[in-house]
Design a binder for this molecule. Structure first.
Ligand SMILES: C[S@@+](CC[C@H](N)C(=O)[O-])C[C@H]1O[C@@H](n2cnc3c(N)ncnc32)[C@H](O)[C@@H]1O
Length: 215
């Protein structure tokens, strides 16, 4: 967490109510220690979906389906969501949650590793939410750019790694150095990509927000 805890608690206390099903899925995920998007990122998604009104959403990293269900609630009823997950354990929980939320008509899970799934997708999306293994973001980026419509929005989560990404490689524990290097490459690439206009925001564990420009 890179935002001050007291500020987050205050902001969380004045937030509008969410649906019971979102509360339930979030509480279960917390109990099972499964990472899902933080409250401030939830607020940002609500806002962006409200103004951008995507018809087709792609999510990479379903986990228990919390963010998929949230996006389905804040996008229009006609919006379809494809979400990619490789863990059978997560897929099972996500399916149960999507059913409980009554969203099986809107949310489809692709049960594959994202690299294979992304290669197989032919349609383009108005909105892509990247929330999977951080070390793979740099590999997924070209697919995301290709699959994003011009004017479409790409958000990626957990990019600042508790602030570690801003520290020197040598001050980070040895086991985190590869991911540190890869995330720095990703942030450089997404910031300098010719087809993307990007801003990086220090909310949640850090997000990037980009839109795809005309060629
Ligand atoms: C942070 S969680 C996603 C949380 C979810 N978006 C939410 O906020 O409710 C990341 C998920 O991505 C999945 N994942 C990581 N790398 C993946 C890959 N290469 N292909 C498919 N799924 C992947 C993990 O199994 C995990 O469930």
């Amino acid at each position: 967490m890179i935002t001050d805890g007291q500020i987050l608690d205050y902001l969380s206390a004045i937030e509008p109510d969410r649906s019971n099903i979102l509360e339930t899925i979030e509480n279960e995920a917390i109990k099972l220690d499964i990472p899902i998007i933080k409250k401030d990122v939830q607020g940002l998604l609500r806002f962006i979906l409200g103004i951008h009104k995507p018809k087709k959403i792609l999510e990479i990293g379903t986990a228990v389906g919390f963010s998929s269900v949230l996006m389905s609630e804040y996008a229009s009823k006609e919006t379809s969501i494809i979400t990619i997950e490789r863990s059978p354990y997560m897929i099972n929980l996500a399916k149960q949650n999507i059913e409980k939320a009554n969203k099986t008509n809107q949310i489809q899970i692709i049960e594959k590793d994202a690299q294979d799934a992304l290669k197989g997708l032919k349609e383009q999306f108005d909105f892509i939410f990247l929330d999977a293994a951080k070390g793979q973001y740099i590999t997924f980026l070209p697919y995301c750019v290709k699959l994003l419509k011009t004017g479409g929005v790409l958000i990626s989560d957990n990019v600042l790694q508790d602030g570690n990404v801003a520290k020197s490689r040598y001050s980070v524990a040895r086991r985190y150095r590869t991911i540190h290097t890869r995330m720095r490459e990703y942030l450089w690439e997404i910031n300098h990509h010719q087809l993307l206009e990007t801003t990086i925001l220090p909310i949640g564990d850090g997000i990037t927000m980009s839109y795809k420009k005309e060629k």
